[in-house]
Design a binder for this molecule. Structure first.
Ligand code: DAH
Length: 350
């Protein structure tokens, strides 16, 4: 093929070139327009051409250069139009997306949400109270006056002397249980009252794998006319079955709390299949889940509700214990350390 033919060949090649993205345009530019383009060496062929054809050859090579430059302009504007945004920036639609890391809910929140939703579905509304509480709502209103021996059941963090005192100069403390929300609700609402109060509580306890100085509880309170112990049992059985499966068995053991009479502790049947079951149920197969009972008439009176007209039941349960059962967590301290290796494991749980 003579040199004229080679140039004509290149021109045809240039005219037929296409590009769909900036990388292809750049490849075209390097080959036909860049500093080492394929047209350059052709000029060196000039001296091998008969003198009377040199002029034609020069013109042909120049035409090839022009065609290449024109084609480059066309390709550049064509691909730019495809990917240019309104503000002139270009977006590479073929680039992989940037993953948005998803957080995870804390196992305590997961457990709390589950319990709250079980009670919400049967008409309980969520109530709240402060974590820094006064002595009255945490203890005295709940039938636990200053010299009552039951105060020893819960080692209390008192807010330092010199800090503002509560109403009527009562001591301020970190609430030791969510039962304080019972008192606050009864002061402010008329029966029928049907509330649950989830939240954080504090006790001056030695921190170990099984107990912590901060933890969470969920309180329940139902006050209306003619509420019976049987109503309470039916409600708590419903809760146990929603939470732990429809075959779950419960038992109520007599117990003592200052604010309920009679009082009970509720156990669920856990079973004794594995060694672990034996250990966590202390060989009985039963696991204690909550305290409960009929609201003591003195508590109703303390909070301005007529015990002749109204009766009610109350219950209180720990959250951590149940979260540990649900998710097989063996050390309560993991819940408060915020180690992402622990937390990440709950990423797929709703
Ligand atoms: N407040 C009790 C505790 O922290 C739990 C409790 C027991 C709450 C019986 C209640 C109840 O409402 O009726 O140990």
């Amino acid at each position: 093929m003579d040199v004229f033919e080679r140039v004509n060949h290149l021109i045809a090649e240039i005219e037929a070139a296409t590009a769909t993205n900036p990388e292809e345009v750049e490849r075209f530019r390097i080959r036909y327009v860049g500093s080492k383009n394929v047209l350059k060496p052709l000029m060196g062929e000039m001296r091998n051409i008969e003198a009377n054809r040199r002029r034609d050859f020069g013109q042909l090579v120049n035409r090839a250069k022009e065609v290449a430059q024109q084609k480059l302009d066309d390709l550049q504007s064509a691909t730019a139009v495809q990917s240019a945004d309104d503000d002139g920036t270009t977006i590479d639609l073929t680039a992989p997306g940037e993953p948005q890391p998803l957080g995870s809910r804390h196992p305590i929140s997961l457990t709390m949400r589950r319990i709250v939703s079980i009670f919400e579905r049967i008409g309980f509304a969520v109530a709240e109270g402060p974590e820094v509480e006064d002595d009255w709502h945490n203890f005295s209103a709940m039938n636990t006056p200053e010299d009552h021996p039951a105060r020893d059941m819960q080692d209390t963090f008192y807010v330092a002397a010199g800090m503002p005192a509560g109403p009527d100069n009562t001591a301020m403390l970190l609430r030791t249980h969510t039962s304080s929300v019972q008192a606050r609700t009864m002061e402010n609402q008329k029966p029928p009252i049907r509330i649950i109060a989830p939240g954080r509580v504090y006790r001056n306890e030695t921190i170990s794998a099984r107990s912590h100085a901060q933890f969470h509880q969920l309180e329940g309170l139902y006050i209306a006319e003619k509420v019976s112990f049987a109503d309470m049992k039916a409600t708590l059985l419903h809760f146990a079955r929603e939470m732990y499966g429809e075959d779950t068995k419960i038992r109520l053991r007599p117990s003592y709390f200052p604010f309920t009479e009679p009082s009970a502790e509720m156990d669920i049947w856990w079973g004794l299949e594995t060694e672990h079951d034996h250990r966590i149920t202390k060989g009985t197969g039963w696991l204690e889940i909550m305290g409960c009972g009929m609201v003591d008439p003195q508590v109703l009176t303390n909070c301005g509700i007529d015990p002749e007209k109204y009766s009610g039941y109350a219950f209180g349960m720990g959250i951590e214990r149940q979260a540990m059962l649900l998710y097989n967590i063996t050390d309560i301290r993991l819940m408060f350390e915020n180690d992402v290796r622990f937390l990440r494991q709950f990423a797929s749980v709703l």
